[in-house]
Each structure stands twice: as structure tokens, then as C-alpha cells.
Design a protein around this ligand. Structure first.
Ligand code: ATR
Length: 271
């Protein structure tokens, strides 16, 4: 039985153990997957402990993605540009770091929701770690333009500078919103965690195909309610992204693609 876990703080409500246990059953893999709570100052010792027990890989969640990035001896390109790692694989003495969040978002939008990103005008709200993690995979789908909007403009500008070699990307702040029309509006701010709504104009939703909140929750977030009230065609929370990033982590570890749709359906029906 190969040992895997999700490490975070808090971690008790993580759906990853359930998702990976279902993936393992689907694909006949003998793995055990549990949750490890690390003290805020104790990430590295919990990881070392886990490796000594023979652990093969970890999913890393809040607030340890940067520490996991720093701990990795090898990084995938998407982890390097995200400057964050959500998936660790232990092989001999090496610690391989990947970031599957962005591809998880892209797959959910394209494969599950059926909306192509290529040639679309994308608005990404927020310029923190969650936002940085998804920019490269979004740009690789070749949208017409990726606009990053943030309450604090200089953080959006720093991301624009970092990612300009990878595609068409601009930075704006919430006070100076362009009246461009957007097709896909993604909330990567942490506002939904605090039941808050980023101060965005209502009009931006009237031409939008999709409003996407990277957070998942029982109730629609304020962002999704606001988008619905203002005419967006379709909306989704981050449940599909969660399952898709898990599937890509599972592939990174086991080299097998599990089926995501039944797991997404199950999680959405539990909500
Ligand atoms: P994460 O890792 O979740 O991205 P973070 O790096 O702390 O967390 O970034 C939080 C993001 O959410 C930032 O873009 C933040 O905006 P500021 O840079 O202006 O602080 C954004 N954010 C948080 N609460 C918000 C709110 N109520 N309205 C708008 N933006 C908010």
C-alpha cells in the first residue's frame, strides 16, 4: 500500500482524501490517502516524518504552498512560474514539486463546462498566490486577452510583468475598470472566504458567458450571486477545479488518469 496525504492547516474538512480514495478504487491502485495537520511553524518536520514513514507524495494546501515550493529539489515549469507547489512526489532523495491548480481550472472550464478559452477575453480578479498559480495555464490556451484586476494595482502589474513573455496580459485596478467586454470572469481573490464581494461593476457580467469562483462552498458565493443577478449566462464554483487538480496530481504520482466527472457529480450533489 503506497502512502499519500494532504497537508495543510486547517485540513480536517479537506475533500482530497475522499477524492483520491475514489480515484484509487476506479483505477485499482493500492494506495492509502489521509490528511495531515501541520502546525503553522512545523511544515517541514511533518513532511520529513511522512517521508520516513515511506510516504510517496503529498498534496499541499493553505498555507504551505510556498514552503513546499522552497522545499522542492526539482520543479515543473508551471510550479516554477506559480512560485507555489500543491503536489510533492518523493523519489529516492529527490523532492519533485508540481502545481496542478491551473490545469485543474482550465480542464474544468474546457472539458466539464464546455467553454473554450482560446480567443476569449478573460478577466482574472485578484493578484495573490491563487491568481499567480493559474496564469500560465490560462495563457497557454491562447485567450484573446487576459486582464488581471486587483484592488491593489501594483500587485497586478507585477504579475503582468512576470507573465508578459507568455501571452497578452494587462493589469488594471478596481477603481479604473476598463469598459471592455469580458467572456469569462474568474474570481481568484480570497474575498469569498470572508463572504465579501470584490468591488467590481455590475455591467461586466451582462456580456459574459461564464462567472467562475475558484472557491467552493455549500452556498453560492456572493460573487456568483452578483454575477447571476447581473446577467451572466453560466456560473460555477471551484468544485470541478478541485477534482481536476486532484486528478492531475494522481497522474503525477501514478501515471494514470482517473475519471473526474462522477466525482464532481457526487460532490455537487452533497452540497
Ligand atoms: P491567495 O493565496 O488566496 O491568493 P493572497 O495571496 O493573500 O491569498 O491574495 C489575496 C487576494 O485577494 C489579493 O489579490 C487581495 O487583494 P489585495 O492585493 O488588494 O489585498 C484579494 N482580496 C482579498 N479580499 C478582497 C476583497 N474583499 N475585495 C477585493 N479583493 C480582495
Amino acid at each position: 500500500l503506497d502512502l499519500y496525504a494532504v497537508i495543510g492547516n486547517p485540513v480536517a474538512h479537506s475533500k482530497s482524501p475522499l477524492i483520491h480514495t475514489i480515484f484509487a478504487q476506479q483505477t485499482n491502485q493500492s494506495i492509502q490517502y489521509d490528511a495531515r495537520l501541520a502546525p503553522l511553524e512545523g511544515f517541514i518536520s511533518v513532511v520529513e516524518n511522512f517521508r520516513q514513514q515511506g510516504g510517496k507524495g503529498l498534496n499541499v494546501t493553505v498555507p504551505f504552498k510556498l514552503e513546499a515550493y522552497q522545499l522542492s529539489t526539482h520543479l515543473t515549469e508551471r510550479a516554477r512560474t506559480a512560485q507555489a507547489v500543491n503536489t510533492l512526489k518523493f523519489e529516492n532523495d529527490e523532492i519533485l514539486g508540481d502545481n496542478t491548480d491551473g490545469i485543474g481550472l482550465v480542464r474544468d472550464i474546457e472539458s466539464n463546462l464546455g467553454i473554450a478559452i482560446a480567443a476569449k477575453r478573460i478577466l482574472l480578479l485578484g493578484a495573490g498566490g491563487a491568481s499567480r498559480g493559474v496564469i500560465l495555464p490560462l495563457l497557454q490556451r491562447q485567450p484573446a486577452l487576459l486582464t488581471i484586476a486587483n484592488r491593489t494595482l501594483h500587485k497586478a502589474e507585477a504579475l503582468q510583468q512576470q507573465f508578459i513573455p507568455h501571452g497578452d496580459i494587462v493589469a488594471v485596478d478596481f477603481m479604473d475598470f476598463p469598459d471592455d467586454k469580458f467572456d469569462i470572469i474568474i474570481n481568484a481573490t480570497s474575498a469569498s472566504l470572508h463572504d465579501a464581494l470584490p468591488q467590481i461593476p455590475a455591467e461586466i457580467f451582462s456580456h459574459a458567458i461564464l462567472a467562475y469562483d475558484m472557491m467552493y462552498s455549500q452556498e453560492p458565493t456572493r460573487f456568483l450571486k452578483f454575477a447571476q443577478q447581473n446577467g451572466v449566462q453560466q456560473w460555477a464554483d471551484g468544485t470541478g477545479m478541485l477534482v481536476e487538480q486532484a486528478a492531475e496530481s494522481f497522474f503525477f504520482w501514478r501515471g494514470i488518469n482517473p475519471q473526474t466527472k462522477p466525482v464532481i457529480t457526487m460532490l455537487k450533489s452533497q452540497a
